[in-house]
Design a protein around this ligand. Sequence first.
Ligand code: SOE
Length: 377
Amino acid sequence: MAKPLNIGMIGYGFMGRAHSNAYRKVSNFFDLEYQPVLKAVCARNEDRARAFAKNWGYESVETDWQKLLARDDIDAVDICTPNNLHRDIAIAAAAAGKMILCEKPLAMNVAEGEEMCEAVEKAGVANIVWYNYRRIPAVTLAKQLIDEGRLGRIFHYRAQFLQDWTISTDLPQGGEALWRLDVDAAGSGVTGDLLAHCIDTAIWLNGGIDRVTAMTETFIKERQHNLTGKMEPVGIDDACAFLARFENGSLATFESTRYARGHKALYTFEINGEHASIAWNLHDLHRLSYFDHRDDSVVRGWRSIHVTDGDQPYMDHWWVPGLQIGYEHSFVHQVADFLDGAAAGKEVGPTFRDALETQKVCEAVLSSAREGSWVNV
Ligand code: SOE
């Protein structure tokens, strides 16, 4: 019989739904020592929180996160709030001895991230950050191929995350659905929201990043603010591109924007090694492209691996070979791994400390863009 692990979720936006879905599904597909129980959801707007609780099956509702943390019947806290609340909630949750699952990016900046790492390490509580793309089976397979040495020495890493949802000048900033455009709530724009995903995957696949040189742009300089009703300056980066050098000597280019008309969530990466290359694309997420120069020359070429076989990462938990899974499953995998680690007393990445490395790269990128020069991470 699995032991219950009572979840208290703070926030109920898009990510609250993705995480709740994962908690509900995980025990049906993975054999785990812990079974998540949706104990409480917490948000300031009580009616909305109640509607969310009813839809997803949460047993209770809180409107003050401090009250949620004071409850003895909450084992793990899931932080799905805007970024400017991560630090205070995580530090208080660690002091209350709760496990913590925190949305990305870890914090508003490196200083906050460091405090959060110290808090969870001092309290000895299990912690993880929701960089979910590591757990798309095709991306996990890419990690496996690199770790097996199939690519050999790596020369190049190329990543993009392209969207187009903020092009309209009429789009306001701030408030519930649009806090990602408000620098006071988000800390940064595409750098913390989208490039942070690319950086997390890159560090995981290819090791640490040494130095960066970046440029950013804010195309729409003023937007109406939902909280004040006034036109206010836009403080976030709408687009960011940077060059990087990895510790292993490979070179990288990263690009992200919310102004690439036609692209909705096009996260792509390509890695070129001495023997082989791999490429992946979120719009076709169950496939991994692979080219191996050691193949017989008459049949050598890019192959598109349909990652659905039971031998491939996570896939033995789902359907039969040939039947693919999607975006939401990456969250189910993350919960499964986290619960396995928690039961065994083992850290599972990306921990707060791992996510701090990504935060450091983001901060170096933003300061390089301001200063117009190379910056050491
Ligand atoms: C922004 O549009 C967003 O929802 C990010 O916040 C997520 O982290 C990313 O996975 C998809 O895009």
